[in-house]
Write a protein that binds this ligand. Structure first.
Ligand code: 3PY
Ligand code: MG
Length: 262
């Protein structure tokens, strides 16, 4: 049964920030490259990505084999979406757009089996090794190892922040600066002072409630700043990394050519 390395890292005394990449393309190869390059976590992005259930399962397997923790960003907080991801063997879920306490409770219940939650049980699927492991052990293990990460990324969520973070069973709050900035009326300006103020508010509230803090960034510089700021977990999207690499490569090659021709 799976061991959730991210959960261990987050709970360790010697604090070290975990780093993840969101992958929304159906590519086990991309997942392996992310993991082999040293990222702790691969987020298999089923909210904005274009992935089938089969893609998700294959990408979870690829991440595990390559030594990274596979989390799935689900389509929504609907328990049916969460169940699908967990049954594929995801070590946890990123749940977008959590805005109310009751919704957060439903998320935790969807990830955890009774007595802590209401996750539907079937042992014939990948998470339970297709029924080859003792059922009681599996249930206990899955409840301990699974990770619940909820996104706070809207004005409404900010209004209910304290209530949401008081829900038992939330391991990590994840700040989605893009959605947050759009929802607050600053359309994508993730460094707008009002957006930064809300981000700091989320950080303080999470610390108060003993919840870990994750945040999305767009660059290496942004990731470094957020690590210094105290984030437990820092992510970025694979396209941000690739665009930067492509742009640097082609502009570097072209400017060399111009220099040589002068
Ligand atoms: C956001 O910035 O809104 C996110 O969800 C990051 O992926
Ligand atoms: Mg978002």
């Amino acid at each position: 049964m799976f061991h959730n390395k991210l959960k261990t890292q987050l709970q360790a005394e010697s604090k070290s920030t975990a780093f993840s990449v969101f992958v929304g393309f159906p590519s086990t190869q991309m997942v392996e490259m992310v993991a082999y390059n040293g990222f702790d976590v691969v987020v298999i992005d089923n909210e904005h990505g274009m992935l089938s259930a089969e893609n998700v399962e294959h990408m979870v397997i690829a991440a595990e084999n390559a030594g990274a923790t596979p989390l799935v960003r689900v389509v929504s907080s609907d328990p049916a979406h969460i169940l699908k991801a967990m049954d594929r063997g995801a070590h946890g879920v990123h749940v977008p757009q959590v805005e109310e306490k009751e919704q957060a409770i439903r998320v935790v219940e969807a990830v955890k089996y009774p007595p802590f939650g209401k996750r539907g049980a079937a042992f014939s699927m990948r998470a339970a090794k297709y029924g080859t492991v003792p059922i009681h052990e599996y249930l206990e293990h899955a409840n301990k190892q699974s990770l619940v990460c909820i996104h706070i990324e809207s004005g409404k969520a900010m209004e209910n922040l304290e209530e949401i973070l008081s829900v038992e069973g939330i391991d990590m709050v994840f700040i989605g600066p893009t959605d947050l900035s759009v929802s607050l009326g600053f359309g994508g300006s993730i460094d707008h002072p009002e957006v930064l103020k809300s981000i700091d508010e989320i950080y303080q509230a999470a610390r108060k409630h003993g919840v870990k803090v994750g945040i999305h960034t767009k660059s290496e510089e942004g990731a470094r700043q957020r690590e210094e700021w105290g984030a437990d977990y820092v992510s970025l999207t694979v396209t941000s990394l690739l665009n930067e690499a492509f742009k640097n490569y082609i502009s570097g090659v072209k400017s060399k050519k111009i220099e040589q021709n002068q």
